[in-house]
Design a protein around this ligand. Structure first.
Ligand code: GDP
Length: 358
């Protein structure tokens, strides 16, 4: 499954956040026989629609979609210079599908900042610079090879041009992700460039920032088009110890509507370009993970490969229509249940039953 790699400077709260993620691990609860890797934290994607579906269908249990985070420990500054640890660090980032950077905004004289002061934008730029430099090295190695190959294979001319364009963007100090509106990263996919991956920023903040909407808006604007999540990593770990009422009280006291891990799950899912569809019955109400733009047979394949091969059609009702109708029978009577074929592109909130040959 797709993962977000957690990176950040030392002492910004990565371990604190990651511990909260792993203690909140849903695999242990829902999939007792799953192998749990120590460096992966799996969190549920909150979805209140499943609660309603379970009510309509009398489901015994609810299985939400999940989001996986990988802890990418290691040095940051100088990583692109390729010293042993730096290489490993970059190799781990290359394996992740998106980059989740934890950024320190909290002030705490007891926690040393590596550069001596709390400066979120400077920290972001330190990490970005390492990734940009590493991508430039990859490109510099690739260009002579592409130039040679493009003479024989005309298809590679376009790739070579895109690689040179990527070099220009990176040299100007921008990541490829930040330039995604003007640059099509799919042409340079083969190069596995790190800054072409989607970015997500977690601002690890204290109450003074969490309650300061203007400051949050400013930070958010500085990292657009990436997504931003604001949370207090220390509070997140405390929340896991509390019952619901006490947890809510603690959240209220720092001006948060919901636990930060929930916002993080949602933003992570979105950053990875994923979406869900829903199935429901007496056994379970469940969310299944697909890519945006997936067709009905591809969605069926997530349940079982045979479902994709033997796909006939999908019986689909949107969650909102089903919710309003109150039952599948009522939704059908109201003409809200559609039969869709193999070209249908799945929409968020589709409640589905697949018909297939075995
Ligand atoms: P890492 O090096 O990025 O993994 O950082 P850690 O998670 O080990 O955190 C470094 C120190 O900062 C620890 O003493 C944490 O308790 C503390 N810390 C982490 N998050 C917060 C926070 O949100 N607020 C405050 N005040 N301290 C924090």
């Amino acid at each position: 499954s797709l993962t977000l790699g957690i990176v950040g400077l030392p002492n910004v709260g990565k371990s604190t956040l990651f511990n909260a993620l792993t203690r909140n691990d849903v695999l242990a609860a829902n999939y007792p026989f799953a192998t749990i890797e120590p460096n992966i934290g799996v969190v549920e994607l909150p979805d209140t629609r499943l609660v309603r579906l379970a009510e309509i269908f009398g489901s015994e249990r609810i299985l939400p979609a999940t989001v996986s985070f990988v802890d990418i420990a290691g040095i940051v500054k100088g990583a692109s210079e390729g010293e042993g640890m730096g290489n490993q660090f970059l190799a781990n980032i290359r394996e992740a599908d998106a980059i989740c950077q934890v950024v320190r905004v909290f002030a705490d004289d007891d926690v040393v900042h590596v550069d001596g002061r709390v400066d979120p934008l400077a920290d972001i730029s330190v990490i970005e610079t390492e990734l940009i430099l590493a991508d430039l090295q990859t490109i510099e190695k690739a260009i002579p090879r592409l130039e040679k190959d493009a003479r024989k294979n005309k298809d590679l001319v376009e790739v070579l041009e895109a690689t040179k364009k990527a070099e220009e963007i990176l040299t100007s100090g921008s990541t490829l992700f930040a330039a995604k509106d003007s640059f099509d990263t799919s042409l340079v996919r083969e190069l596995h460039l790190m800054t072409a991956k989607p970015f997500l920023y977690v601002f690890n903040a204290d109450e003074s920032v969490l309650t300061d909407d203007a400051r949050k808006a400013e930070l958010k604007a500085s990292i657009a088009p990436a997504d931003a999540v604001f949370l207090d990593a220390k509070v997140e770990s405390e929340l896991l110890e509390l019952d619901e009422a006490d947890a809510q009280e603690l959240l209220d006291s720092i001006g948060q509507d919901e636990p930060g891990l929930r916002s993080l799950a949602r933003a992570g899912f979105h950053t990875l370009g994923l979406q869900t569809y829903l199935t429901a019955g007496p056994k379970e109400s469940r969310a299944w993970t697909i890519h945006k733009g997936d067709t009905a047979p591809q969605a069926a394949g997530v349940i079982h490969t045979d479902f994709e091969k033997g796909f006939i059609k999908a019986e689909i009702v949107s969650f909102d229509d089903l919710d309003a109708a109150g039952s599948m029978a009522a939704a059908k009577a109201a003409g809200k249940v559609r039969m869709e074929g193999k070209d249908y592109v799945m929409q968020d909130g589709d409640v589905v039953e697949f018909r297939f040959n075995v």
